[in-house]
Design a protein around this ligand. Sequence first.
Ligand SMILES: [Zn+2]
Ligand SMILES: [Zn+2]
Length: 295
Amino acid sequence: MDNNTKRVRRTSRPGSDSFGGDSGILNERVLVLVFESLKWDLHTLTAVAAVNRKLAAVAARLLWRELCLYRAPRMLATLTSGSIPSTAAPGGRIDGGWKALAKLMLFCCGYRGGGGGDGTGFPSPSNSPGHVAKASRFSKTSGRSFLAKKCRGDLLYVSDPCEHPAAEAGEDLGVYRGIFRGFMRSKTRAFLVKRGVRLEEKVRCPYCGARVWSMTAARLVPRSAARRLGSRDGGLEYFVCINGHLHGMCWLIPLSSSDEDRAEEEEDGESDGDDCEGKEENGSTSSSREDVMVK
Ligand SMILES: [Zn+2]
Ligand SMILES: [Zn+2]
């Protein structure tokens, strides 16, 4: 910390002996230009944000947002606009903060065990470490498969599952993540609150550290989610934090031809509520205008 601080001080403009104002490296335009030239390198930004509180504040307000914008402009535009009154005006705030969103875009959180403890069969001793994701495909269509019928009006991006080898033969662990647009005003949140679903005691959001609801415990997991992931009913669990970040795991079963046939008949698993609205896409290999690749 001290060394870093000294280095920053040396690069400051002569005569500038404080970290205030626009001097030297703290000039935000200069910082943005520097990071543009570095293609918004995640590790460099993480290191710079750790130098001191001032840089951490600039990163929290500006640099992490710029990174998100650089990596996934369309996804960011969708998350920060639309029919739902925006929780994140350009230049403004986003639920959970920009750093958490950047982390969610770029980082697979792995699996740490000790999940919901709700009988989904996830082995608590098997820890699968998180890692920077090489590339992730986020999809709104995929996200729709994770919404119960009564919550279909919500907008949710979900990534393809990242495959993690598991000790159990034949099935790998799939780890996926996602984010709601405007979660505070979402039907999903309203439903959780109205039904009095309790926040989990032991699980925290790996992206922002906030408390989470288990969608399994809330019985808000439609069957379409398992199909979408290539998992089996009951072979998945996911959590949504109070800021609208989703993280989850599933058992991935090897696809047989009959499974593929079944996947063709995309339909909703829930029998109550309104009709399913979207059937335009299925299968994890097809791509859509709505999909976003984040590298
Ligand atoms: Zn992973
Ligand atoms: Zn979160």
